[in-house]
Design a protein around this ligand. Structure first.
Ligand code: FAD
Ligand code: SIN
Length: 541
């Protein structure tokens, strides 16, 4: 069917996309695109939980201050205030849609169990044991299935946005081109309002906690459409993933450290107190850098995380998923320390939006990990991501509703997808090799500790790859690997260019050439627009 017509197009079916879609379906028809199965989203993998002020001992001021501290001087305070203060309402909405967070008996009272994680000065993380994301996806998936005018098109990959560019006024988005992975046809999806909720880009690094869908498609589509992209140098590495060749960077939740787990060297020495007064509960950037530094200092493959001093029954009940997964690799975390290493985890930068999720293009909104609201600054506080995604999905929906109620413009006609001279891909090795090369060079040159020299070398190589991919892209029939590769190389370039711009160390960006934070010169967001980037030769993808 081409074109598909819908009132709201939602690109992405994680927490941000589904929450927006469920609300929008009360107003009009909604089409949600997910590029794989419904559960392949970062949301489904979330373990620790969602941070929100919940207990009477806690306060908004405290959550705001913890967020600002973790963000290392770069958070946008109004964003922090707004998102933290709306957190409890967003959590209540998730609960009303069916999410069952873990409850405990607290002195005869049945209450939500509040977890603790690094950088938080209070217990404020609602969770569903250690499978919070899976529970949120279950609840939102069921709620979405009950909405009569909401359709989810699985295995549909958005390729590019449909943009009208009137000569004098602001450009307007009218949906997107989307490839069906089943029929291999590209459709126009024409919508009155579009939400980008495509999640993160962990796949740009060789080792990541993210599932395969996380290739930064939303950032790349927005960048190609001319929207400013900000703070991409702040890629967060999670300190603790299971170190095992078959475990694919399986996350060991920060909630373990919240419940007393200790990081140790192979001889059993605890080392975090040497790096930060909060030791294991220091902000994530500090912990990841400390582990990296110990591994380099001693030539280690990994360090160890030890929760064996807590009662075995408690560990099994609080962390059933982590316990079982570790056991399947031969590690019983109730008995001895388990081997851990850092891996790429979360994109703090992204598509710049205002506090209503609006981008610089009319009728186009962005929410969740793909967006940059200013909440996280230079480093995200643990469990603030699900919070931001839920709050911003609600705010984006309200803004889209108001915008549509004010005008009744009609979309112009957009041409059918033109495959041009494209032929079927014969040499897949060109795609697989480029994927591998990008991920490896990002890991080796643009990781936890950076230098100008390594970043410059990475940029040269990425520019060449981008040109190769650009010419290959237009010569071959589209498939999802090719779409993702074209996006991934843009994300890599944005991370490297942003990192090269920032001549200081702050939050997640640490460079040996400028090792101190410099508030006099660098206390602002790193913003990159497509028109500022000079191609090496011809025109880049
Ligand atoms: P996602 O949930 O990633 O959803 C993205 C959606 O976009 C998917 O449906 C995907 O198919 C779709 N998509 C992408 N590109 C396209 C395209 N081109 N066309 C069509 N569809 C597309 N955060 C917390 O706050 N607390 C935690 O405890 C926590 N734990 C985590 C544990 C792990 C292992 C990971 C990986 C992340 C964790 N995070 C956590 C981060 C958090 O889960 C994510 O940031 C958040 O879920 C992102 O939600 P989202 O809706 O923005 O995107
Ligand atoms: C975790 O459970 O450690 C992940 C929390 C997060 O990414 O916020």
């Amino acid at each position: 069917m081409d074109p598909i017509r819908t009132d709201f197009l939602v690109i992405g079916g994680g927490i941000a996309g589904l929450l927006f879609a469920i609300k929008a379906s009360r107003l009009g028809s909604v089409t949600v695109l997910t590029k794989a199965g419904s559960n392949e989203a970062n949301t489904a993998y979330a373990q620790g939980g969602i941070a929100s002020v919940w207990s009477v001992d806690d306060s908004f001021e405290s959550h705001v201050n913890d967020t600002l501290r973790a963000g290392d001087g770069l958070c946008n305070r109004p964003a922090v205030e707004a998102i933290v203060r709306e957190g409890p309402d967003a959590v209540r909405e998730l609960i009303s849609l069916g999410t069952r967070f873990t409850r405990i008996d607290a002195g005869g009272e049945d209450e939500y169990d509040l977890g603790r994680e690094g950088g938080h000065s209070h217990r404020r993380v609602l969770h569903a044991q250690d499978l919070t994301g899976r529970e949120i996806m279950r609840a939102l998936g069921e709620a979405a299935a009950a909405c009569s005018n909401l359709q989810i098109l699985e295995n549909h990959v958005a390729v590019d946005l449909l943009i009208e560019r009137p000569p004098v006024s602001q450009p307007i988005c009218w949906g997107a081109y989307a490839l069906s992975k089943t029929t291999r046809k590209v459709h126009r999806v024409i919508a009155r309002a579009t939400l980008l909720a495509t999640g993160g880009a962990g796949k740009v690094y060789l080792y990541t906690t993210n599932p395969d869908i996380a290739s930064g498609d939303g950032v790349a589509m927005a960048y190609r459409a001319g929207i400013p992209i900000a703070n991409m140098e702040f890629y967060q590495f999670h300190p603790t993933c299971l170190f095992h060749p078959a475990a694919k960077s399986f996350l060991i939740s920060e909630a373990l450290r919240g419940e007393g787990a200790i990081l140790r060297l192979p001889d059993g020495t605890a080392f975090m107190a040497r790096y930060h007064p909060d030791a294991e509960l220091a902000p994530r950037d500090v912990v990841a850098r400390a582990i990296d530094s110990e591994m380099k200092r001693l030539g280690l493959d990994c360090v160890y995380l030890d929760i064996s001093h807590r009662p075995a029954s408690y560990v099994r009940e609080r962390f059933p998923n982590i316990y079982k997964r570790c056991l399947s690799y031969g590690y019983d975390l109730t008995e001895r320390p388990i081997p851990v290493v850092p891996a790429a985890h979360y994109m703090c930068g992204g598509v710049m939006t205002d506090l209503e999720g609006r981008t610089t293009i009319g009728r186009l909104y962005a929410a969740g990990e793909t967006a940059m609201t200013g909440l996280h600054g230079a480093n995200r506080l643990a469990s603030n991501s699900l919070l931001e995604a839920a709050v911003m999905a609600r705010r984006s929906f309200a803004a889209a509703r108001d915008e549509l109620s004010k005008d009744s413009k009609r979309p112009p006609s957009f041409p059918e997808w033109d495959p041009g001279r494209a032929a079927r891909t014969e040499e897949r090795v060109l795609i697989t090799h480029s994927w591998d090369e990008i991920r490896r060079l990002m890991w080796n040159y643009v990781g936890i500790v950076r230098s100008d020299r390594r970043l410059e070398r990475a940029l040269r190589r990425i520019q060449l790859l981008k040109e190769e991919i650009h010419s290959y892209y237009w010569d071959h029939l589209l498939d999802s690997d090719l779409i993702e590769l074209r996006n991934l190389v843009i994300v890599a370039e944005l991370v490297v260019r942003s990192a090269l711009k920032r001549k200081e160390s702050r939050g997640l960006h640490y460079t040996i050439d400028h090792p101190s934070r410099d508030d006099n010169h660098w206390r602002y967001d790193t913003v990159i627009r497509r028109e500022d980037v000079q191609p090496l030769t011809g025109s880049p993808a």
